[in-house]
Design a protein around this ligand. Structure first.
Ligand code: GAL
Ligand code: MG
Length: 992
């Protein structure tokens, strides 16, 4: 009956799939963990030649759960290394065969069967996840062969065990036929990486529980039907179901109704359901709720909902997919703290504990099947297992195991058959199997372009124009990513709600444009929402030769084939520090939307589907010159879901006078009322924020100081220019370089072309923006000013900029500088930035303090600026850097009207700043500070390679190009991209 790792067959010798109650949910000690130290030996081939009866006494010790490639310290992995590919298979495409060189782990451990388990009921081994194929033996007898790396396996071992010590032997191959259906975009990591337990199934116990807990929003009633199976798979003869809180007790299978509070991600109300038989009691936490896609709108409990989602891979930098409970909790809490309400478990069923947490904290889940065959795309999908009847049982088994395991979770609102596996004959039976097991939830399959096997119209990364069309239900029959559908298919598609199973690719610095996307999703009922790609950077903790930690990506481990930094595309850094992208997502997903409506009007909108804003406190501030000068709270009628109110500044701030002559902003923030605040939310958790500038700052008085002509140049206040008009020092600080700049270290989004244009990087390479040289054309005195004209262009190129510097003295310590920049010629595309670059000699530039007034505290860009707020902030240059795994442009602070740097020679202040771009003048500049050059930043492959070069590099820019998501999606939209246009930077420099 048994095959081998190259067999195309559903698991053999295993028990039928069943539900998984939370730990502690099964009364009595029926689970014994087998995690911990096991014996281990790695072999080069699947045929290890080792008997399952061999206890491996002298083998190595390894920790289970874990991946063998990551066993030991990060710099001394003894059992091979991680390999990262996105779509490519790292083995020849030759299903079901795999290379003979096939790393294979033999695992051993002894276990004892608890007293009383033998003689009544069954003894079962349960594996929560083994990657990729395994053979399980007890006391020398092979009992089962299983796979489905992200799915559980249960084996009845009753007849193989005895009292006293038993030997468990598990052989795990890295490659197997199943590799072909597990080509998700992630690290190839093997082994027993989820928990293992020994369990008792008592005679007459609860084998499987199927919960139907529906909610009728029109009556407020819940309907409960709990079907219970014995371990034999037959309806349990005498199980009883009880919800003490509702005073309900009923035989299993009966339908009961009661007035209940519904479950939703907003208010995750759970009830304890006790399922009891004479032999066993199980407690499940269930929620009453309904899900529907009727009328082309995704609803929960009768209300249209928006999924403000993320795609989550399981990941820890030192453990891979062997995630701990702490990390699962951290993920859920971080999601809630960042206003995320939905998660797609890309691209496999997660550790079941994660779903318990989603139920409890309130997250809508798309639970996805463990299937991806993306690498067949390189063969035009020829040979795709999804379209080969031989694979039918394997694939149907996988979705059945998912649904049987997870269907009792209220958080799961949709099933997904898998990811990027194209179409084929096996999709229908997979869909049918899911439908049969659970007719209550919609099914998602992005690749089904017939819409017979998907209840939603799911898309990845469409551009804004297409998104608009879909949202407004005017999309034509031809989607950008599929063949022309028939009239019938098109008609069916038009009846479905759509969702973006992936959008806003968060690779490196990004995603840009989130607001524009979510605005479209918000405005239209057909749009069910979207899931940002992806939650966490999958960077593996490793060390360089000097022992410094860094997070490795594809190519760092000597892989033959790899996909580079595409694995580092999350909203969290690997250590779970939120990236600026996550902070921005929190602002964009905020349940209380506060947006500027007019010069002094903010619109407050309730974006919840179910809650009023009763639990929300609104606090206003007047911020003058970055300092909060007045604040208070304001009452808001408790807006119903979807409702909005307009607030005018004067009505909110009342008698408060606006300070004269300074820039004044009105900031309105929504927080939890203390009595309503859930445990996971900190008091400062923002439920929304908006700001408007009520008043501009007045320009500093004109400079009236005099300039001094020196033998070899000029002195203008604290500035010293040489005879050639070059700035050589500021106060006591030497200037190593001062010129205009238009380049940045390309982000990963900048590096990729879109469907319609060349990449930004290319557009900057063509004119050589990364090697600009300035040539002075004239230096002259114009009244009390020194005027220098120059031209800047890239080595070897003609395109360039006309530049005019005007220097004026205010007094000995202060000077005004105006930099006028005019792009000349016909440009191939965008500019990265336009402004003035200064490199100041400053040893230990990383520890220089910067105190600034402007948008902060984190970085912001034209299309990623919702999280930034006006204020006065203080960071060191080091803190100013964002350590993207693959170094690139970062750290821009916008709207900076004043900044003081603590240089060795004394404080240096840039103030009174103003930018003019394309004729429009605004307060402040975009400021960037680094202890290394942009060239060094662009060259480094990892942050640990960056070394301070003794200079403080400052960019004082009139504008910086937006971010976009061109790595997978569109470039910055016209409003946020920077196209060649005249610009002026104006600033007042004070030294000392
Ligand atoms: C999508 C895919 C994801 C990931 C992403 C790129 O097409 O579904 O798994 O590969 O592209 O980061
Ligand atoms: Mg893929």
């Amino acid at each position: 009956m048994l095959g081998n790792h190259e067999s195309i067959a559903a698991p053999r010798g295993v028990l039928p799939p069943r539900f998984r109650a939370a730990d502690g949910g099964e009364a009595g000690s029926v689970r014994v963990p087998l995690d911990g130290t096991w014996r281990f030996r790695l072999f080069a081939e699947a045929e290890t030649g080792v008997s399952p009866a061999d206890p491996g006494e002298d083998w190595d010790a390894i920790q289970v759960p874990g991946h063998w490639q990551l066993a030991g310290a990060p710099d001394s992995w003894p059992y091979g290394k991680p390999v990262y590919t996105n779509m490519l298979y790292p083995i020849p495409l030759d299903p079901p065969h795999v290379p003979s060189a096939n790393p294979t782990g033999e695992y051993r451990r002894h276990f004892a069967v608890p007293r009383g388990w033998l003689g009544s009921g069954r003894v079962v081994l349960r594996f929560e996840g083994v990657d990729s194929w395994c053979e399980i033996a007890v006391n020398g007898t092979v009992l089962a062969q299983s796979h489905g790396s992200r799915l559980p396996t249960e084996v009845d071992v009753t007849d193989a065990v005895a009292h006293g010590v038993n030997l468990l032997a598990v052989r795990v191959t890295q490659w197997s036929a199943m590799t072909y259906v597990e080509d998700q975009d992630q690290w190839w990591l093997s082994g027993i990486y989820r928990p293992v337990t020994l369990e008792h199934h008592p005679e007459g116990g609860i084998g499987h529980v199927e919960v139907l807990a529906d909610y009728d929003h029109t009556s407020g009633h819940g309907t409960l039907q709990v079907a219970v199976e014995g371990y034999d798979g037959r309806p349990h003869p005498d199980a009883v179901v009880r919800i003490a809180e509702l005073g309900l007790e009923t035989p299993a299978g009966d339908v009961v109704t009661a007035a209940v509070e519904p479950w939703s991600a907003e208010v995750p109300r759970l009830y304890d359901v006790e399922v009891r038989s004479s032999a066993q009691t199980v407690v499940l936490r269930i929620g009453f709720r309904s899900v529907s896609t009727a009328g082309g709108v995704l609803t929960v409990n009768g209300s249209a909902i928006k999924l403000y989602g993320v795609n989550r891979h399981e990941f820890e930098p030192g453990r891979g997919r062997a995630v701990t409970r702490e990390a699962m909790l951290a993920d859920v809490v971080l999601m809630k703290q960042h206003n995320i309400n939905a998660v797609r478990t890309s691209h496999y069923p997660p550790h079941p504990h994660f779903l318990d947490l989603c139920d409890e904290y309130g997250l809508y889940v798309i639970d996805e099947g463990d299937m991806e065959t993306h690498g067949f795309v390189f063969e035009d999908w020829v040979g795709n297992p999804v379209n080969d009847p031989a694979w039918r049982d394997v694939l149907v088994d996988r979705v059945r195991r998912m649904v049987r395991r997870d269907a009792h979770h209220p958080g799961v609102i949709m099933w997904s058959l898998g990811n990027e596996a194209d179409r084929g004959c096996n999709v229908e039976p997979m869909f049918a199997a899911v439908r049969e097991l659970d007719p209550t939830r919609p099914v998602h399959y992005e690749a089904d372009k017939t819409y017979e096997f998907s209840d939603v119209y799911s898309r990845m990364y469409p551009d804004l124009t297409e998104l608009q069309e879909m949202a407004r239900r005017v999309d034509g029959p031809q989607p950008a990513d599929g063949p022309l559908p028939t009239a019938e298919i098109y008609a069916r598609r038009m009846t479905l709600p759509f969702l973006l199973c992936e959008y806003a690719h968060a690779m490196g610095n990004g995603p840009g444009g989130l607001t524009e996307y979510v605005d479209v999703l918000d405005a239209h009922e057909r749009a069910a929402g979207g899931f940002i790609w992806e939650w966490i950077d999958q960077g593996i903790a490793t060390r360089d030769v000097d022992g410094n930690l860094f997070y490795g990506y594809g190519g760092d481990f000597g892989e033959e084939l790899h996909d580079g930094s595409f694995v580092a595309d999350g909203l969290l850094f690997p250590d779970r520090t939120p990236s600026p992208g996550l902070v921005e997502a929190a602002a964009v997903y905020a349940p209380v939307s506060i947006r500027q409506r007019a010069d002094d009007v903010l619109t407050v909108r309730n974006r919840y589907a179910f809650r009023t804003l009763e639990h929300v406190a609104l606090r206003w501030e007047l911020v003058a010159d970055g300092e909060t000068v007045a604040e208070g709270t304001t009452d808001l009628a408790p807006l119903a879901p979807g409702q909005a109110a307009e607030l005018r500044a004067a009505e909110v701030v009342g008698e408060t006078r606006l300070p004269a002559e300074t820039a004044v902003w009105w900031v309105l923030s929504a927080y939890w009322r203390p009595e309503a605040r859930p445990d996971w939310a900190a008091p400062e958790h923002l439920l929304g924020r908006g700001q408007v500038q009520l008043q501009s700052g007045s320009r500093p008085q004109d400079a009236t100081g005099t300039i001094t002509v020196l033998e070899d140049g000029w002195r203008v206040g604290p500035l010293r220019l040489d005879g050639a008009g070059r700035l050589v020092s500021v106060g006591g600080t030497q200037v190593s370089l001062a010129r205009v700049d238009a380049w940045r270290a390309p982000t990963e989004n900048d590096q990729r072309k879109t469907f319609t244009s060349i990449s930004d990087q290319k557009a900057w390479d063509i004119p050589g923006l990364h090697r600009l040289h300035e040539s002075v054309r004239s230096v002259s005195r114009d009244g009390d000013a020194v005027v220098v004209t120059a031209r800047a262009a890239g080595a070897g190129r003609t395109l360039g900029f006309g530049v005019r510097y005007t220097f004026r003295a205010v007094d000995e310590k202060t000077a005004d500088v105006t930099v006028d920049i005019t792009p000349q010629g016909l440009w191939p595309g965008t500019l990265a930035r336009i402004g003035w670059l200064l490199a100041l000699e400053q040893p230990d530039a990383a520890s220089v303090d910067i105190a600034w007034t402007g948008q902060g505290p984190g970085e912001s860009y034209a299309d990623s600026s919702r999280a930034a707020r006006i204020g006065r902030w203080r960071h060191t240059v080091e803190q100013w850097q964002t350590p993207y795994l693959n170094p690139q442009e970062n750290g821009a602070r916008r709207g900076v009207t004043e900044a003081t740097f603590s240089l060795d020679a004394g404080p240096l202040t840039l103030a009174g700043t103003e930018s003019t771009v394309g004729g429009r003048t605004t307060d402040g500049v975009t400021l960037t500070a680094r202890p290394w050059s942009d060239q060094a930043l662009a060259t480094a492959r990892h942050p640990n390679e960056l070394e301070a070069d003794g200079l403080l590099w400052l960019h004082v820019d009139a504008a910086v190009h937006g971010l976009g998501t061109a790595a997978l999606g569109p470039a910055p939209t016209p409003g946020t991209g920077l196209w060649p246009t005249p610009a002026t930077v104006q600033l007042r420099i004070t030294a000392g």
